[in-house]
Design a protein around this ligand. Structure first.
Ligand code: PXP
Length: 238
């Protein structure tokens, strides 16, 4: 299973002072050197953390494998087609949310999303759609011809250690198994941490996990290199 490290919150810290530290590029370099398979960055409409210059530097200077998270807007499509990230994860975006709260509603926006992802796929970008672990959404994703989905693990993460954990876990497991049956590749992410991530090893065939907040939080105490290595150790044990 691959690890994509979401470095948005390195940028959050940097932007708190409006200057250049900590460096997003330096952080990404350490992640890759520690064994992470790629860097994920969410370029939000309000540019609250990652900014345009970050994603262009990650792609063109550091040349790391870049997964660009973005909303399905005209502005973001234009940027993605110029940047040509290796992968692109389309997420719903709401200005008031603290973080991505739910998955896309593909069922209600099939035609719009199909048209939106077409030029990205044609440019060779590995496009994924971020969805809740809901069978209807998985089927709709397969219908519109996207190669990847990313399952939102937020509900599972919140339920971890409670009576709802198994129920939320089964939703992920069943959604992944349907997706595989329909020929989709499956990523997962949101809220995964050092305590709950081992459960992802029980879901057959997951391609990549995108993890940010828990890794960057741990890095404050242990350093980024060790935070990445500890996470890789868990997700590579099955
Ligand atoms: N995947 C997607 C699509 C996300 O929007 C986020 C949060 O930006 C993540 C993964 C990572 O979530 P977390 O920071 O909780 O690990």
């Amino acid at each position: 299973m691959l690890l994509g490290v979401n470095i948005d919150h390195v940028a959050t810290l940097r932007n708190a002072r409006g200057e250049n530290e900590p460096s997003v590029i330096e952080a990404a370099k350490i992640c890759i050197e520690a064994g992470a398979h790629g860097i994920t960055a969410h370029l939000r409409e309000d540019r609250r953390h990652i900014v345009d210059n970050d994603v262009f530097s990650l792609k063109n200077d550091l040349k790391c494998r870049l997964n660009l998270e973005m909303a399905a807007t005209y502005e973001m499509k234009k940027i993605a087609l110029e940047l040509l990230p290796d992968a692109c994860c389309i997420v719903p975006e709401n200005r008031k949310e603290i973080t991505t709260e739910g998955g896309l509603n593909i069922c209600d926006e099939k035609e719009k999303l199909k048209d939106y992802i077409k030029p990205l796929i044609q440019k060779g970008i590995q496009v994924s759609l971020f969805i809740d672990p809901d069978k209807k959404q998985v089927s709709a994703a397969a219908e519109i011809g996207v190669p990847f989905i990313e399952l939102h693990t937020g509900a599972f993460s919140r339920a971890f250690g409670t009576e709802n954990e198994e129920k939320e876990f089964m939703k992920l497991k069943q959604a992944a198994s349907l997706a595989h049956l329909l020929g989709l590749k499956v990523n997962a992410g949101h809220g995964l941490n050092y305590k709950n991530v081992h459960k992802m090893n029980e879901i057959t065939g997951l391609h990549e996990l995108n993890i940010g907040h828990s890794i960057i939080s741990k890095a404050i105490f242990t350093g980024l290199d060790s935070a990445i290595k500890d996470m890789l150790n868990i997700i590579n044990k099955s």
